[in-house]
Design a protein around this ligand. Structure first.
Ligand SMILES: [Zn+2]
Ligand SMILES: [Zn+2]
Length: 353
């Protein structure tokens, strides 16, 4: 009877189960125990569920899924000063070593010893309880729901992307892919004061949604050379010599190419999406326009806090991206629905008391 930590576990590709596991123990006086309340499902969770691996990360032992969570503090370690039981928090699910050069220089998302939830061999957050260090839990504003708290994870991804792109007020930004991250990038660009935010996708419905949400314009990719799509976008949205910033949140080769071609000289390109590992890349256009080309991996110092601040101050809204919510015991349905790609973000409730 002792364990009271119901968990949703991936045994191997395509096979999940529920298991009551022991409640995790605090591993340092700076740790807190969080009662997980809401978890959003992400493309990466679905990928593990379907394939049992993402690139070099292979699920060898049963692993708890989920990493986009919010919860309520259940217990705090003796050295914790900023949180108390009952506080509602967004949970940053990757804890770096804090000791290596990457950590010390401030890019802890690049830490080689990162322990990230639901990335093998580390268990995820789709359980009743999860332990985190105090400083990886961010108090939600009183006006924020636990669902919005779960959205802080993908929003932090979009914030990191936008920081890499150094989006400035008044700029024009073209965003490829209108899935959850692309949409959130539109939202962040708007919050940062971008003047033109053009969403590009192949699905009309997604683009309609993007325009209602935060994009100022949208473009359906045509089956023409990337240079032609880029010229069309520049003309249609009056971008002159090109956009200031291009963000690829699709991982699709023609979008990557169009992203480079749609930029002005001196513009910034950010790779946010993952697709084929190797693509044909317009490196001459990149060189001739002296384009700054960057990538973006998860999130780092300040991203989670900014996400919470943007939401609690009302400068950015994510409520409209939550399509559906399932009870914990119907978690697999949330995975199926996310895989189907109909909605934007599907959320699973924590286990019942
Ligand atoms: Zn995610
Ligand atoms: Zn480190």
């Amino acid at each position: 009877m002792a364990p009271k930590n119901l968990s949703f576990i991936l045994e191997k590709a395509g096979q999940v189960k529920y298991e009551d596991r022991p409640i995790p123990k605090l591993s340092s006086p700076y740790d807190v125990l969080v009662n997980v309340k809401r978890t959003g499902i992400c493309g990466s969770d679905v990928h593990y569920w379907v394939h049992g691996a993402i690139g070099p990360f292979v699920v060898k032992d049963p692993m708890v899924l989920g990493h986009e969570s919010s919860g309520v503090i259940a217990e705090v370690g003796s050295a914790v000063t900023t949180l108390k039981p009952g506080d509602r928090v967004a949970m940053e699910p990757g804890v770096p070593c804090r000791r290596c050069v990457r950590c010390k220089e401030g890019g802890y998302n690049l830490c080689p010893d990162m322990k990230f939830a639901a990335t093998p061999p580390y268990d995820g957050t789709l359980a009743k309880y999860y332990v985190l260090p105090e400083d990886f839990c961010y108090k939600l504003g009183d006006n924020m729901s636990l669902e919005e708290g779960a959205m802080v994870e993908p929003l932090s991804v979009a914030i990191h992307v936008s920081r890499q792109g150094q989006i400035k007020p008044g700029q024009s930004v073209v965003i490829f892919g209108a899935g959850p991250i692309g949409l959130l990038c539109c939202g962040v660009a708007k919050a940062l004061g971008a003047k033109k935010i053009i969403a590009v996708d192949i699905q009309e419905q997604r683009l309609e949604f993007a325009k209602k949400y935060a994009a100022t314009g949208s473009y359906i990719s045509a089956k023409v050379p990337a240079t032609e799509n880029a010229e069309n976008i520049k003309k249609e949205f009056d971008l002159g010599n090109g956009a200031d910033v291009a963000i690829d949140a699709s991982g699709v080769e023609p979008s990557i190419q169009t992203g480079i071609h749609v930029l002005r000289s001196g513009g910034t390109y950010v790779q946010a999406g993952n697709g084929k590992p190797d693509v044909v890349f317009p490196i001459m256009a990149m060189s001739n326009k002296e384009i700054t080309t960057k990538s973006s991996f998860r999130y780092s110092t300040g991203d989670y806090q900014l996400a919470v601040d943007l939401l609690s101050s009302g400068r950015l809204s994510v409520k409209e991206l939550i399509t559906n919510q399932y009870p914990f015991l119907e978690a697999e349905k949330a995975f199926e629905e996310t895989k189907g790609g109909k909605g934007v973000k599907i959320i699973i409730e924590g286990p019942e008391e």
